[in-house]
Design a protein around this ligand. Structure first.
Ligand SMILES: [Zn+2]
Length: 388
């Protein structure tokens, strides 16, 4: 929120600018959050990419692949740019060198680049694999190191242990140091799902009516000791750990602590911090112990994937609106994440309009290579309309 003296200053500027200047400012979205974010970031010496003024931003997630050649990246990024996208979130498996190689192909066509990383879930992490004790342990004593829940790539680290935490933050530093990157983008910044999205349960032949020990983390020695020291009780002794609010809150705060530290690292490197999160804070809290409305983060991209939850299109508006309301008073922007396989061109257009109407500052689609021609046309049309 702007303070009063700031508003006076703006008014003064408006008189000087005259009507044409004022209209021009309105046209480029002077009143939209990017300006607020910029002011905040300028104070912290953070520079953001000054591309064309964007009033409603279009993003897409994209995974780099070492086997692909330069022409592939050039062609893919050109396609996004030509169809109205402004930003691409690039996953390089936290490989900063691969990011240095791939990012210029995106920036040279005028796309903003965000360094997308798997944060607490670290499949294929060669350094972490040397330390089995870094991995999260379930209530029934199984480590994600060798007995991951649900799927083989669920290699969750313990967010409390100093060594695993430091490792995660060192990866944030590595990506934040890459030139030309606008943000470090935290994905899988949470605990493993205590409840899976309802639409995915049949796939795993599961019923989850309560918090099951197999999916409840982290009960490693370090977590239990840290909690006991603070609260004088041990979650191992709880008959119903799901109703102990300190135990829940302890875990929410462990995630927040990593985010807030990553935020400092990103900003020290002149970058923003962005994150892919669950649909809205209460739901994120319930399903994955993630309370993102309390984080220090510049932009959240909630994955409002209605198909995962057997919901209808209007739910995208409900979740967007709830997240926007929960962020009130904070300088975090919300851009709605959409899952492409759930849409044809008509429903995609509707979903984007719904997200915008409910307060989103943009949309991000998963993922870039999955975009069909008719979906690209929708993005191109709306991007032009919203960003004249
Ligand atoms: Zn632990």
């Amino acid at each position: 929120m702007e303070n009063t003296s700031g508003n006076k200053k703006q008014k003064f500027k408006f008189y000087q600018l005259g009507l044409v200047g004022l209209l021009a400012l309105l046209a480029v979205g002077f009143f939209d959050n990017p300006m607020k974010a910029k002011t905040k970031l300028e104070a912290k010496n953070v520079t953001i990419i000054e591309n064309e003024a964007i009033t409603f931003k279009f993003w897409t997630w994209f995974t780099a692949d070492e086997t692909k050649d330069d022409a592939y990246y050039r062609q893919e990024f050109k396609k996004y740019k030509e169809n109205g996208f402004h930003a691409v979130l690039i996953n390089t498996g936290t490989d900063a060198d691969l990011l240095k190689k791939v990012a210029p192909f995106a920036t040279e066509v005028g796309l903003e680049v965000h360094a997308w990383m798997f944060t607490v879930n670290r499949p294929g992490d060669k350094i972490a694999e040397k330390h089995p004790e870094w991995y999260a342990v379930s209530r029934d004593g199984k480590s994600c190191y060798d007995q991951p829940p649900y799927v083989g790539y669920y290699k969750w680290l313990c967010p409390t242990r100093e060594e695993s935490r430091d490792h995660i933050l060192s990866l944030v530093s590595g990506l934040a140091a890459v030139d030309g990157v606008a943000s470090v983008h935290l994905d899988y910044i949470r605990y493993s799902d205590i409840f899976l999205p309802i639409g995915l349960l049949p796939k795993y032949n599961l019923e989850q009516n309560t918090e099951l020990p197999r999916f409840d983390f982290c009960y490693c020695d370090v977590c239990l000791a840290a909690f006991e020291e603070e609260h004088h009780k041990n979650p191992k002794d709880f008959e119903h750990p799901e109703i102990d609010i300190e135990w829940k809150n302890f875990r929410l705060n462990k995630v927040k602590s990593i985010v807030d530290e990553a935020y400092e690292i990103a900003h020290e490197n002149g970058k923003l911090l962005t994150s892919a999160v669950f649909p809205y804070p209460e739901m994120a809290d319930h399903m994955v112990r993630q309370r993102w409305d309390k984080w220090n983060v510049d932009v959240v991209l909630p994955m409002i994937y209605h198909g995962f939850y057997n919901e209808e299109l209007d739910w995208i508006g409900y979740a967007t609106k709830q997240g926007v309301a929960d962020l009130k008073g904070r300088q975090t922007e919300l851009h709605t994440g959409l899952y492409l396989p759930d849409f044809d061109d008509k429903t995609l257009e509707k979903a984007i309009l719904i997200a915008k109407k409910n307060g989103a500052k943009g949309v991000s689609v998963f993922d870039g290579p999955a975009l069909k021609d008719n979906q690209l046309q929708v993005i191109k049309k709306l991007s032009k309309k919203f960003n004249p």
